[in-house]
Design a protein around this ligand. Structure first.
Ligand code: HEC
Ligand code: HEC
Length: 287
């Protein structure tokens, strides 16, 4: 047999084998993983309040009263911070009390950079070193760092797998580096430290930010941000006071209000918006 004929046979057999097994191979490769079909924007809403209607949580769930009676013991943002820095960020001075647990001694932002989605799923869907859903808080001592009230809840008995994948997708793809948006200075240590914020919007483009504000925000907040009082503050003032928090609301909405947020806003657009809102002449304090 000459060489060309051999090559022909090998090619022919290869084609036959590929076609026979082809269907199976195609099916395996295109089956979307639970991570692929998860929603980062729903995960972002859940990070704020997973049991809200906005997050699509079952409003007949029997644990609802439990979550509502002690929200800060269940909300991700309480223990991890809106800046994802735990007690090494804006919550450096947020001491525990009867209404809230200790802030996590873990820089979640840093940890996320090294974790696979599966690892994060396992950490959230775990009951190891977690607070049981039946925990009563009857003997809770806020000052005791080892009190189980401070532990991350056992979400494996609260959330479905697909809800946990939504959280994971948000953690991997939605979480941003807040140092891109503003500078912070921290002094002291948790729980008695303090934080200051400056350089809001950094080198962002305020012209672009103002244009975004005009089309997306002014209809509710007014041209100067003073139309809606937010805890006594204007939109600009609130942003300058809590830059670590408002980016999350701008993207995922303010739960329980008309503000739904825009999860498609990019970190660069957020920076531009921050820059615009840092201008106290255009966006003055409420008074
Ligand atoms: C009551 C406080 C508390 C709440 C609420 C909480 N966590 Fe945590 N979380 C912690 C603490 C403390 C740790 C670090 C120790 C540990 O892993 O148990 C942690 C660890 C983690 C880790 C593991 C990081 C790693 O090491 O891989 C992830 C992921 C995480 N939390 C996500 C979440 C999400 C998402 C929510 C909300 C659904 C949430 N946490 C709610 C306290 C909390
Ligand atoms: C549909 C109306 C509406 C739109 C559009 C809207 N907001 Fe809001 N916003 C609200 C309401 C209502 C609140 C809650 C006020 C309250 O009760 O505290 C709020 C809250 C806020 C807060 C406080 C967030 C927090 O952390 O609690 C900021 C900052 C803010 N808005 C800025 C903006 C910016 C910037 C935009 C545009 C990207 C925007 N809003 C778009 C209605 C709106």
């Amino acid at each position: 047999m000459n060489r060309n004929f051999c090559t022909f046979i090998i090619c022919f057999l290869t084609i036959v084998f590929y076609n026979c097994g082809g269907d199976d191979i195609v099916t395996i490769n295109t089956e979307p993983s639970p991570y692929d079909i998860a929603s980062a924007s729903r995960g972002g809403v859940m990070f704020d309040k997973f049991w809200s209607t906005e997050a699509g949580f079952n409003q007949s769930d029997t644990n609802l009263a439990k979550f509502n009676s002690r929200p800060d013991f269940y909300k991700c943002n309480h223990c991890h911070g809106w800046d994802y820095l735990g007690r090494f960020g804006s919550y450096i001075g947020r001491a525990p009390n009867t209404d809230r647990p200790r802030v996590a001694g873990l820089n979640l932002y840093a940890v996320l950079q090294t974790r696979t989605p599966q690892h994060l799923f396992n950490a959230i869907n775990s009951n190891e070193n977690r607070r049981n859903i039946d925990f009563t808080f009857n003997t809770y001592i806020p000052e005791d760092p080892n009190d189980s009230a401070h532990k991350m809840p056992d979400y494996s008995s609260i959330l479905t797998h697909s809800q946990i994948w939504d959280l994971v997708k948000f953690l991997k793809e939605g979480v941003l580096d807040v140092s891109e948006l503003y500078n912070a200075s921290y002094s002291g240590i948790y729980p008695t430290g303090s934080a200051g914020f400056y350089n809001i919007g950094k080198d962002g483009n305020s012209v672009n930010g103002s244009a975004y504000y005009t089309t997306q925000c002014s209809s509710c907040h007014g041209n100067d941000g003073k139309l809606i009082l937010i805890e006594g503050m204007s939109a600009g003032e609130f942003t300058r006071t809590r830059p670590y928090q408002v980016h999350h609301k701008m993207r995922y909405g303010r739960i329980g209000s008309a503000m739904t947020g825009n999860s498609d806003i990019s970190p660069a657009q957020l920076k531009d918006l921050y820059k615009a809102l840092s201008d106290t002449a255009a966006f003055p304090n409420q008074q």
